[in-house]
Design a protein around this ligand. Structure first.
Ligand code: TXA
Ligand code: MG
Length: 345
């Protein structure tokens, strides 16, 4: 199959709408990452998402809508949810709702809840409106690779497998949406993202919990609240090690570990904040952005993780952010890229 990469003018949007109604897959930009969309009400179309990504069948998908009127046939809406919709939709917040039987089992991997999100990206909104369907869409990467934040990333992973990619340029947030469970008592963040715990608590006026496994691996007997948390994810092929502690010593430690690997013949590099690039020259520094600008770090992270594979890096040493606000979302992804391997000094 030839994959067309089109800028999202009226003709391309009409083509996307036709393909989606015919049961085909279309990759599209959202404000978080690119999604790989299919008609959520067509089980065969949804099956082809799992095939194209190589995604395990027990990992459920998010359903994307552009209008709250679409919710009624899909799910029931818990009491607290409209407050959050008013505050954060359209935008990078996904909520779990009790599903209705119109949603095929394959979308939710048989779970009683369905994840719903209303993206704010104008191309996503226009595509959803043009096709008039709820669209099931995971991130448009091969399973296990970092989520795509540009159309070129999608092309790397999906070329030849899908008919169309809508090119909306680089994604703004750069990390996937916050996933919030509102169905089981106190609200719980299953996956941190651009809508933070503090932002949610301010609107809800109650405490929001963080799922235990956000900053550590799952224990062998632990049930994943969100099935996606079980899988090795975001991980480059090389070994990533996080280095945490006093600023000056972190830079010194990364430098000496990287130089040691390089002199041993390994391809090695560091991921560092803009403030430290000069001090790490000779260590192939990848600039994650200023440490004072966690949103910029989020925006750049997946592009850097993808570049590591292209460069054939075998060992990678990375600085860390405080795990707060958007920094928590960054450290969740970076931590998993490192399998949470950390040197504390
Ligand atoms: O920003 C995003 O959320 C992007 C864009 C394309 O919208 N989508 C995305 O989808 O990241 P995906 O499939 O890569 O991640 C969805 C996450 C997975 O970890 C999945 O396990 C979890 O949401 N999830 C989906 N439905 C769920 C459910 N009913 N219960 C628990 N977790 C669920
Ligand atoms: Mg994904």
């Amino acid at each position: 199959m030839q994959t067309r990469l089109l800028s999202p003018g009226p003709d391309a949007l009409a083509l996307a709408a036709r393909l989606l109604n015919d049961g085909a897959l279309v990759a599209f930009p959202t404000e978080t990452v690119y999604g790989l969309g299919a008609n959520a009400l067509n089980p065969d179309a949804v099956r082809s998402i799992f095939e194209a990504k190589g995604r395990p069948a027990d990992n459920p998908l998010i359903v994307h809508i552009y209008d709250r009127a679409q919710l009624e046939p899909l799910c029931t809406v818990p009491e607290r949810a409209p407050l959050l919709m008013d505050a954060f939709w359209p935008g990078p917040l996904t909520m779990l709702f009790p599903r209705k039987s119109t949603i095929p089992d394959i979308v939710t991997a048989g779970l009683p809840t369905v994840a719903i999100r209303m993206p704010s990206h104008p191309v996503a909104a226009a595509m959803l409106e043009a096709c008039r369907l709820p669209i099931a869409a995971p991130s448009a990467n091969l399973s296990g690779r970092p989520s795509p934040t540009t159309a070129a990333h999608v092309m790397e992973d999906m070329s030849g497998k899908i008919p169309l990619i809508l090119d909306g340029g680089p994604c703004d947030v750069g990390l996937e949406s916050t996933v919030l469970d509102l169905c089981h008592g106190r609200p719980v963040i299953l996956r941190p993202g651009g809508v933070t715990k503090g932002m949610l608590e301010e609107v809800l006026g109650e405490e929001v919990e963080l799922a235990g496994s956000i900053l550590r691996p799952l224990k062998p007997d632990e049930k994943a609240l969100s099935p996606g948390m079980r899988y090795r994810h975001y991980a480059p092929k090389g070994t990533v090690t996080l280095v945490e502690g006093d600023d000056k010593r972190v830079v010194e430690t990364m430098r000496s570990l990287c130089l040691k690997d390089l002199s041993g013949g390994k391809k090695s590099c560091v991921l560092c904040f803009s403030e430290h690039v000069d001090q790490l020259s000779g260590c192939f520094p990848h600039d994650m952005g200023s440490r004072r600008d966690e949103k910029e770090v989020a925006h750049r992270l997946f592009d850097i993780l993808r570049a590591l594979d292209q460069e054939g890096m075998e060992t990678v040493y990375s600085e860390v952010l405080p795990p707060e606000e958007v920094g928590l979302a960054v450290m969740n992804r970076l931590g998993r890229a490192a399998s949470f391997k950390t040197i504390r000094i």
